[in-house]
Design a protein around this ligand. Structure first.
Ligand SMILES: Cc1cc2nc3c(=O)[nH]c(=O)nc-3n(C[C@H](O)[C@H](O)[C@H](O)COP(=O)(O)OP(=O)(O)OC[C@H]3O[C@@H](n4cnc5c(N)ncnc54)[C@H](O)[C@@H]3O)c2cc1C
Length: 444
């Protein structure tokens, strides 16, 4: 065991996930001249983004690039995208993440088709405290049919949440018969104008959920209807009032996000979508004619549905962290100290104070949850927040505590996203980039 301790500091930092935040962590480690190894479940980096590659982002390129990544890319023959343009998910992968992953300083340290299935301390069980931080981490990784073990001095978990969608059941528990209807349930945002066109054309489609994903699905389905007029749209939500979904509209600092709210409002007012709200899905059933009936907890019924798009959010997967001492907020499953800043009960958008290593620190020294996963179930994460997280975490891992503490975010004011939420105490609600709340940021 002495030997284990001696070699600890020369080991790489392990990064779990090759999304924008995991790769940004890699870029920061390169600039800090630190060894790392990055594991990605998918065949290529940006695996989750490709799943919604046809969706246009609401933040322009200027907010989607990490600074360290940009520095490295600019040393190659990379063509920087136009700052003001809103890219699609697939373009983020093609024009940014793949070129980044292909850089000679990064490529040799990426393992693709590599799913981390267990993390722990080498030779030390979870209960043992003495000298714990001196033992390396050990990661068990499934690479195809092969299981490998890797050692690391620190672990940055940037594994996101998109791959773990919530069920259709309104309480977070699968609806009765959910499994039996799988063939007609689409978890995610279908590419209805592309590869999923046949599945949805001229069908009676129900979109379930009240967030941006549901809005994106409905807006695309409405476009599909222009070519296939028999397509029918139903929107099933838990919210009491549909207006709660529209968000900050013109007040949203990210204009394209505000525009989503305005576009869906227009669609609803034109009565192009059948609204079912509040509807707490409890049970679904498929009949012999392949039509689905949805039943809510109070017995309300919605019949004749042929396809359901499930946009009920996603949740973090902690199963592979069983041997690590981590904490998460009991409600949001976010990193605990972020919960107050992002709780959807009081915030409607990305209002989060700049934060870094200190807020992200876990009981297990050298272990961090970052990126979309750090927000747990809260749907408001922005890439730029994650970039600042990993800049600070990497600074701490390299011993630069001054840089780790100096956290700042450069985002437009997003403190006023929804005007429908009640006023909340100013201490929990202020705009991105503000150290202190202001009068204009009381509603958020
Ligand atoms: C439809 C949609 C639109 C969005 N639009 C914007 C926007 O406009 N602007 C913005 O700033 N943000 C936006 N976001 C939010 C957020 O920035 C993105 O979700 C972003 O992809 C989060 O980055 P991430 O690196 O934290 O996680 P992800 O991109 O989800 O990456 C996680 C990676 O980890 C891998 N992985 C998971 N588990 C394991 C494992 N056990 N082992 C190895 N690898 C694993 C996954 O395959 C994945 O590649 C949007 C999100 C969605 C869903």
């Amino acid at each position: 065991m002495i030997d284990t301790i001696k070699h600890h500091s020369t080991l790489p930092t392990a990064i779990i996930g090759g999304g924008p935040v995991g790769l940004a962590a890699a870029a920061h480690l390169v600039l800090a001249n630190q060894p790392f190894i990055l594991f990605e479940t998918g065949k290529i980096v940006g695996h989750n983004l490709l799943d919604w590659g046809h969706v246009q982002l609401f933040s322009p390129w200027q907010y989607n690039l990490d600074k360290a990544a940009k520095t490295l890319l600019q040393q190659s023959n990379w063509q920087a995208p136009d700052d003001k343009v809103l890219p699609f998910g697939a373009e983020i992968v093609r024009d940014y993440l793949q070129p980044l992953a292909n850089l000679p300083q990064i490529k040799p340290h990426i393992r693709l088709n590599a799913q981390v299935i267990q993390v722990g301390r080498k030779g030390l069980d979870k209960m043992t405290t003495k000298n714990r931080e001196q033992y390396p981490f050990v990661l068990r990784v499934r690479q195809g049919e092969v299981y490998q073990r890797y050692e690391a001095k620190a672990v940055i978990d940037a594994s996101g949440t998109w791959q773990n969608p919530n069920p259709i059941g309104s309480g977070g528990v699968s609806a009765l018969n959910e499994e039996n209807c799988r063939e007609h349930l689409f978890y995610g945002i279908p590419d209805v104008l592309g590869i999923h066109r046949e599945r949805f054309a001229n069908k009676s489609v129900a979109v379930v959920g009240g967030g941006h994903s549901a809005i994106n699905s409905l807006l695309d389905l409405n476009k599909l209807r222009a070519a296939f007029p028999a397509t029918q749209l139903h929107w099933v939500l838990r919210k009491k009032d549909i207006k709660q979904v529209y968000g900050g509209k013109e007040n949203d600092g990210l204009r394209a996000r505000g525009a989503l709210g305005k576009r869906i409002e227009k669609l609803v007012e034109a009565k192009k979508v059948h609204i079912h709200t509040p509807f707490y899905i409890d049970e679904i059933a498929l009949n012999a004619q392949k039509k689905i009936t949805m039943k809510d907890t109070e017995g309300k019924i919605l019949e004749g549905i042929q396809e359901i798009v499930v946009n009920t959010g996603a949740r973090p997967d902690f199963s592979f962290l069983r041997e690590v001492r981590y904490t998460s907020d009991t409600a949001l499953e976010s990193v605990p100290s972020l919960a107050n800043l992002i709780d959807p009960n009081i915030h409607s958008c990305g209002t989060v104070r700049p934060h870094g290593e200190r807020e992200l620190r876990q009981p297990e020294k050298g272990f961090y949850i970052v990126g979309a996963k750090s927000y747990g179930r809260a749907p408001t994460f922005l890439m730029t927040t994650g970039y600042e997280q990993v800049r600070s975490v990497v600074a701490a891992l390299t011993g630069d505590w001054k840089a780790a503490k100096e956290v700042k975010l450069e985002l437009p004011e997003t403190g006023v996203c929804s005007t429908e939420l009640p006023l909340v105490p100013t201490t929990t609600c202020f705009g991105v980039g503000q150290e202190q709340p202001t009068a204009s940021s009381k509603k958020c």
